[in-house]
Design a protein around this ligand. Structure first.
Ligand SMILES: [Zn+2]
Length: 364
């Protein structure tokens, strides 16, 4: 599976001309369906001999990878090749992303970015007073990573002094147990870097664990909910996945609210492709909200490598007419990866569409 580190390395690659071939092949699609796409790219590049050579040579590299790799069941294969940049890598992806081939000035990473955004790894702790199970849920599925035993005794019916002493002792035990669970979660976070946490189970234990969480874990806690802890793993992780999904949508709404608030006070926000591009080019963007369906045209100059929103016939920086069209939504995603800005892919909504499909929160 492609890791965020791999992605960052791929996003760092960029050329002044179209020198990168990207191929996505979904499981179940015959690789021959790519041939018509390859022919189309060839004819589009017919008047650019240098780029045509980049394509033919990069295609030869991609073909070798297509022969030696197959998409995983229910997933897809991503291939990035560039003869000029000495790149030839194949990655299995856990879900289909749409079979396609693309030739551009950089590896085409947006489908994988979107996939990682939507399938962020999250942890689920299923807790009650006798035991805690911790599952890690990735795009590939869930697996149990830790188990903590509590075995706290349930209340016994006694009155007076012994009842109070019993209650105090149980409270202490609960605290200790909750701390053990929090510590297991912390270890797992250090190891796997999960980005969201969901707590499920018996309310009393859920609350105790929440109280025991250190700040960095509280920051990634997106939901707590009652659940029958003897349930099947698949049911519990599905319940947690639905909560994490809601949290993702809520996060997008919050990001939009924050961008809008900043926009109202005329400060740290940018709306629309032109301004978001400018902010990203100077590494000022912190978080991007991008309509997952938007298509934005851009133009890049082969002479000075400057990129603009829109489709001018000549470069607005150096005046050269040696320019080519680029997919600006893809360029914005790559530029975000290069400068450490996050990208949230949102379903289209009116206000974002009016803003041109993209908006950003700025660092300064
Ligand atoms: Zn130029």
């Amino acid at each position: 599976m492609l890791t965020p580190d791999d992605l960052r390395q791929l996003a760092d690659l960029v050329a002044p001309e179209r020198a990168f071939l990207t191929v996505y092949l979904d499981h179940g699609d015959d690789p021959s369906v790519l041939e018509s796409r390859f022919s189309r790219i060839r004819s589009l590049l017919a008047d650019q001999p240098a780029e045509l050579e980049h394509f033919d040579q990069s295609l030869a590299l991609a073909r070798q990878l297509l022969e030696s790799n197959t998409p995983p069941a229910d997933g897809a294969l991503a291939i990035f090749s560039s003869w000029g940049a000495d790149l030839a890598r194949a990655f299995p992806l856990p879900v289909p992303v749409g079979t396609r081939a693309w030739m551009g000035d950089a590896p085409f990473v947006r489908p994988v970015y979107e996939l990682l955004d939507e399938h962020d790894t999250f942890a689920v702790a299923v807790v009650d007073s006798t035991r805690a199970r911790v599952f890690l849920v990735t795009a590939e599925g869930g697996s149990q990573e830790a188990s903590v035993r509590g075995d706290l005794k349930n209340k016994v019916k006694k009155g007076g002094w012994s009842q109070k002493r019993y209650a105090r002792r149980r409270e202490k035990e609960m605290e200790g147990y909750a701390t053990d669970i929090a510590s297991a979660l912390k270890d797992l976070r250090d190891e796997s870097g999960f980005s969201r946490l969901v707590l499920l189970g018996a309310d009393e234990t859920v609350l105790a664990v929440r109280d025991a969480l250190p700040t960095d874990l509280l920051d990634v806690l997106v939901a707590t909910e009652s659940a029958a802890t003897d349930g099947a793993e698949a049911e519990l992780t599905a319940q947690a996945a639905a909560l994490a999904e809601d949290a993702e949508r809520e996060g997008e709404r919050q990001l939009w609210e924050e961008i809008r608030e900043q926009g109202l006070s005329g400060a740290l926000s940018a709306f629309g492709p032109t301004f978001v591009l400018a902010a990203l080019t100077t590494a000022r963007a912190e978080a991007i909200l991008l309509d997952r369906e938007v298509e934005i045209a851009g133009t890049k100059c082969r002479a000075c490598e400057s990129v603009v929103h829109g489709t001018p016939e000549t470069c607005q920086t150096c005046g050269s007419s040696d320019v080519f069209r680029i997919d600006l939504a893809e360029h914005l995603t790559e530029q975000a990866a290069r400068t450490g800005a996050t990208v949230d892919f949102a379903d289209p909504f009116d206000a974002l569409t009016e803003a041109g499909g993209v908006a950003a929160l700025l660092r300064y």
